[in-house]
Write a protein that binds this ligand. Structure first.
Ligand code: PLP
Length: 382
């Protein structure tokens, strides 16, 4: 669907635009950076960080992505239903009872628990197939993965499952984006190399060796292995996603968020605005009502704090953001008119509000900002 075809006449004029060409560009930038011998696994979990998992996966597939990474088997299943045939790694593994679900859909699970390996082995035996999995070793993230101290015993037990094939070894970095995390990241990588040695000594020959997320791929080329798992930089997030002492590549933002002025009025000085009257006008003001609220992902924490772009200029959010509506002060934007397009995230004229900028105001990261844009907001693919 083109932006032009988004029907402003019959729908609420609130939408997110996804710039497919920038997404493809960011993929090419990364393929160039890692070289042709390293495969890229775009992370398309959480609806591709809010950008639309199926549409983004289709773009990445055209650009040569060899894998996809999701959090849940359910997310992988949706990609399969949409016709994605490339291998899909379920980064969070699977839950008891989902063994047949993942085998039927050819989803590759990340494994770190022997009880789940046993269940998967039983299901594979029943289907008379060999199921490939990637094993995750915890080298310092402390979240998922076999602790390194238990890794050799884990491998010894894993070798007994005759319907499973250990086809990948992976770990995940905790602080690859942090200028103060260099020693820790290098230590994680050293532990990973030890883990790889143990894997080979136990007679496994995994095809895929991977450690790096966006930040590590950019700052620590020695961690590329033969596969890198990229989310952030593919969506054009780098100011809060990569290590700040390494020069950025030409990453371009992919998502922008738009709405329109749906009501416009002049109010006297001293007028309270919105729930609780938390903003009181100090002067006669022109106040615009926008057709977007926290149920769309415009976080309520931005009340009396955030800004939007109207006619290429910044306008402050005034009063509390409510579920469906938000007020902005357009007194200083003389020609603002009912129906004007308003940019919440993105560029308008000379000005830009990046997802990273919104994130900084919310004391979070860009990923959470776009993940929070709800299903109620139509995505328009350009
Ligand atoms: C989401 C995820 C990634 C991608 O991280 P980015 O910072 O977005 O590049 C990599 N690995 C794992 C295990 C993940 O869950």
């Amino acid at each position: 669907m083109q932006a032009k075809q988004f029907n402003h006449q019959f729908q609420r004029p609130t939408w997110a635009e996804i710039h497919r060409e920038n997404l493809a560009h960011n993929f090419r930038v990364m393929q160039e950076a890692v070289g042709s011998r390293v495969a890229i696994m775009p992370a398309v979990k959480a609806n591709a960080y809010g950008h639309g998992a199926i549409e983004c996966a289709q773009v990445f597939e055209r650009e040569g992505a060899q894998w996809f990474g999701v959090a849940l088997p359910e997310e992988a299943s949706r990609l399969r239903e949409a016709g994605i045939t490339k291998p899909i790694l379920a980064l969070g593994g699977f839950w008891e009872g989902q063994e047949e679900f993942i085998i039927e859909r050819e989803i590759t699970p990340v494994m770190f628990r022997l009880d789940l390996l046993a269940r998967l082995n039983e299901a594979a035996k029943k289907f008379k197939v060999t199921v490939a999995y990637h094993v995750k070793v915890d080298t310092g993230m402390g979240r998922l993965g076999v602790p390194f101290s238990e890794f050799d015993k884990f491998l010894e037990a894993a070798a007994l499952f005759d319907h499973l094939r250990l086809d990948g070894l992976m770990t995940h970095f905790a602080s690859a984006d942090d200028v103060e995390g260099v020693a820790f990241t290098k230590q994680q990588s050293v532990i990973f190399e030890d883990a790889l040695r143990l894997v080979r000594e136990r007679g496994f020959a995994p095809r895929w060796i991977h450690q790096a997320n966006s930040a590590a791929t950019h700052a620590y080329p020695q961690t590329h292995g033969n596969l890198v798992r990229l989310g952030g930089v593919l969506y054009g997030f780098w100011r809060d996603a990569t290590k700040r002492d390494v020069a950025p590549l030409d990453w371009r933002p992919v998502l922008s968020l738009h709405t329109r002025i749906t009501h416009l009025k002049t109010v006297a000085a001293g007028t309270p605005l919105g729930y609780g009257g938390t903003f009181i006008t100090k002067r006669e003001s022109r106040i615009a009502t926008l057709a977007i609220g926290y149920a769309d992902g415009l976080r309520r924490t931005l009340s009396n704090r955030g800004q939007v772009l109207v006619r290429g200029e910044f306008a402050p959010i005034v009063g509390r953001i409510s579920m469906d509506l938000t007020l902005v002060d357009v007194s200083d934007i003389g020609d603002a008119t009912l129906g004007d397009e308003v940019v919440i995230i993105g560029r308008q004229g000379e000005q830009e509000i990046t997802a990273e900028r919104v994130a900084a105001q919310l004391e979070t990261i860009s990923y959470e900002v776009t993940c929070s844009i709800s299903d109620r907001v139509p995505r328009v693919y350009k």
